[in-house]
Design a protein around this ligand. Structure first.
Ligand code: NI
Length: 193
């Protein structure tokens, strides 16, 4: 059963590795990721947000199960990015926190679909922002890293996440770094060899 992880869980800082295979179990993982994304009212979710070190993310700009289009990007690469635009962002791994983030206005993304087809998309607007946010996740980058001026309120919120994480670890709800690294390696052995 997959679970959404929150900042500062170490897997959020782990640069995800490209997939070399796809199987039925991965399809089920992606179905579960969509469930988790909708449940938390998100519009995108990267695999490392559910503790998987794999280079894939999902998105649905409507954020609603019954509308829009469910997009799956395997091994995404942003090939071209143009223009600049600032807008407010949040993240399911930092619930409740929002801030203005500068992104490119339009991106060209190359990826693969679950059935092995190459995806070449030129997008702008909200979906372009989602794609940049999620590719950042896969590189171990969070939107808080891109806040121009965090300000005391954001710093306070971030400190609160850190305190809570430390407490969860003390209570044994989250494995130690070595155990997490072993878990990640198991996934890499399975999908990235
Ligand atoms: Ni996020």
């Amino acid at each position: 059963m997959l679970q959404l992880i929150q900042y500062p869980h170490p897997t959020l800082r782990f640069p995800s590795k490209p997939l070399s295979r796809v199987d039925e179990a991965l399809r089920e993982i992606i179905d579960q990721m969509f469930e988790i994304m909708y449940e938390h009212r998100g519009v995108g979710l990267a695999a490392n947000q559910v503790n998987l070190p794999l280079r894939l993310f999902i998105a649905n700009p409507t954020g609603e199960k019954e509308s829009g289009q469910e997009l799956v990007f395997l091994n995404p690469v942003i090939q071209k990015a143009t223009g600049t635009i600032e807008a407010e962002e949040g993240c399911l791994s930092l619930p409740g926190l929002h801030g203005l983030v500068k992104r490119n206005k339009a991106v060209q993304v190359n990826a693969y679909s679950m059935d092995g087809k190459e995806i070449n998309l030129k997008v702008e607007g909200f979906l372009a922002r989602i794609i940049q946010h999620e590719v950042d996740h896969l590189d171990g980058v969070l939107f808080i890293d891109r806040l121009f001026d965090q300000g005391p309120k954001v710093a306070e919120e971030i400190a609160r996440f850190e305190t809570r994480f430390a407490k969860q670890r003390e209570e044994g709800q989250i494995a130690d770094d070595q155990k997490l690294a072993e878990q990640r390696q198991d996934w890499l052995d399975k999908y990235c060899k």
